[in-house]
Design a protein. Structure first.
Lengths: 337, 337
DNA sequence: ATTTTTATCGGGAACGTTCCCGAAATCAGT
DNA sequence: ACTGATTTCGGGAACGTTCCCGATAAAAAT
């Protein structure tokens, strides 16, 4: 139960004027005598008046709130991207409501409903690992809710999207590895229902092909985006006894798993095997050896997603824009020079 | 501008009954004929009716929203604690509005005002590093807003609080270090305007005293909670050329800085110097050597804060409760056996 | 058959705001 | 002094819901 706050009616009564006039004064409208306005504002200031945002929302039919759904909150990539989203939203005078799906499709559906129930004016979403269907996303589109997908996007779906150039990022990294003398580069990919996994994998293949290197499908394994899966997959990879001089992981978390297993097996990084990741999480420079990785502009990704969303909110007929941000290669100790 | 949704008035008109009756049916109240109720619910279901949460908020004077303020979003401790807060709040049917102060007092004040403007029914806050004054917190109390402080709390202020046993956590860790043969244990503390810094420092001092070891104030330096400050402080510490066989850092981030500098100086961890931290961030097991640290139940801290807040929301006259959670020692490679 | 109870429903105010429209009152122009 | 424009303000409806209270009709009690 909210405490009873001062309302424009109270002010109106106290100053013996109408609430319409008070409203005009507060919202700095014309149609008002500068003197009465001053009188009202002084009174309001003195008594710490704040217009009730709920009543405003009801009347204006606008909640000034946007929603965000991410797979997991505590993954550094997402908490940093959320920063970018939120900072820009605040500049626009909007609040942000954040949900996490915990990588589960069912929860993601519930999140969507929760945000709809809260009457958000737009939604930014990065889909869960499990999300194969996307009826809940199409529903948003049907309802005409402004929508932006980022990072993990849905391929055959028309909507505003923010991604990085996964293909070229991966390709550049493989080229770099090749330039440092690696010839047998393994790849631990992400789930192939996620677009970015396939794009990065394609970059890997094409870089090898263009360099005239043989492709060995035996050293391309699939993991998800966790360190645990990186550990398991690396163990499987080593058991194959293939000749390997580098491992390119779909993301940093997986690369951390790779490093862990290689060190356990006393394999020297990068002398025997170079390791490269993708994202540049804060941890990347702390692990030993520090991780060479494809650096994503994480904060900007969130910020851009926010910008695209507000562009839609302000002009609902805007055609969906695909925004591809550039990556750079951050060379550290885990790859040979 | 929200899209025009179906309202109870629409249903009333369509079924030729009054909106009061529709409202009763939706909210599953008595005073209604089971048959009409069925008719209404079927119609509502068929047309995908959802009561307008904003109108409900206005009428009930309850927003079903709580606010959270943390120093920085992307610090793993906070993103995990927020998970605990949010999960419990959702169980209670509440939304969560999250702000970050970016460790700045002025922004924290703005955050408080933003949450008040949003009519949150309670606030959970971990104060910024810079926060020396606390007028904005007292204001919340004056306004009668349910309030819970966590992690970084204000000492001389009556309010519900959730902390860990910083004193004993530190003391236990120092005892452990002593047991492994360390005699000259340095401490890099946190800012002394933050209570937990002082408690951990006190645990450090008392453990040394009780073990009959000499206290050397020269090897007790102050940092803030960042890795950078850990780096700088460790360098200063080494320049003193004091005899040191262990460093206990106020938090993991600082400990990571310590490790970095020691490695740069080719000082062997833990053979020459043991290193211990506090918190058990995810990174702690990834650094090399992995970090021995005082493990906090991070998710539970958030969950508990949430529970205390809802206890207050449900009973505003509840006396403020201090909740102290236990820590354990997580032994890894950075300390000798 | 009359009164009392019970079940079911509708009318209307209220939450705090914005906005449309019209009423005064002041002012300028003839 | 009379018209017309302009400034300033108030009344009241509306946003979508909940809730109090009274009305009606059916059921039960006398």
């Amino acid at each position: 139960m909210r405490k009873r706050n001062l309302t424009i009616n109270d002010i109106a009564k106290a100053l013996n004027i109408s609430k319409s006039t008070v409203s005009r004064a507060i919202r700095n409208k014309h149609d008002i005598n500068p003197l009465t306005k001053k009188r009202i504002l002084e009174y309001a200031d003195e008594h710490d008046f704040h217009p009730d945002i709920v009543a405003q929302s009801l009347r204006s039919r606008s909640t000034k709130t946007i929603g965000v759904i991410v797979p997991a909150y505590h993954i550094p990539f997402y908490s940093n991207a959320i920063c970018g989203i939120q900072d820009f939203a605040m500049k626009m005078g909007y609040n942000v409501m954040i949900c996490h799906s915990n990588e589960q499709y069912e929860i993601e559906i519930k999140n969507v409903d929760a945000l709809l129930a809260a009457n958000v004016e737009g939604i930014i979403i990065s889909v869960a690992r499990d999300t194969e269907k996307n009826e809940h996303i199409r529903k948003l589109k049907r309802l005409g809710i402004p929508l932006v997908l980022f990072n993990r996007v849905i391929e055959d779906f028309k909507a505003a999207k923010v991604v990085v150039n996964d293909y070229y990022g991966a390709k550049n990294m493989i080229n770099y590895l090749i330039n440092t003398g690696c010839k047998n580069i393994a790849h631990i990919s992400g789930p192939n229902n996620i677009l970015l996994s396939n794009n990065r994998k394609a970059g890997y293949f094409d870089a090898l092909t263009e360099a005239g290197l043989l492709i060995n499908e035996d050293i391309v394994l699939e993991a998800d985006f966790t360190m645990e899966s990186g550990i398991n997959t690396t163990q499987k990879l080593l058991e194959k006894n293939e000749k390997i001089d580098a491992i390119f992981a779909v993301c940093d978390a997986v690369a951390f798993g790779v490093i862990k297993v290689l060190k356990q097996n006393r394999i020297k990084i990068p002398e025997e095997i170079s390791v490269a990741g993708f994202t540049n999480e804060p941890m990347a420079e702390l692990v030993e050896p520090s991780l060479t990785t494809v650096k994503q502009p994480i904060y900007e990704i969130g910020e851009t997603a926010s910008k695209l969303l507000f562009a839609q909110i302000n002009d609902p007929d805007l055609p969906p824009e695909l925004c591809v941000l550039d990556t750079t290669i951050e060379v550290r100790e885990s790859t040979r020079q």
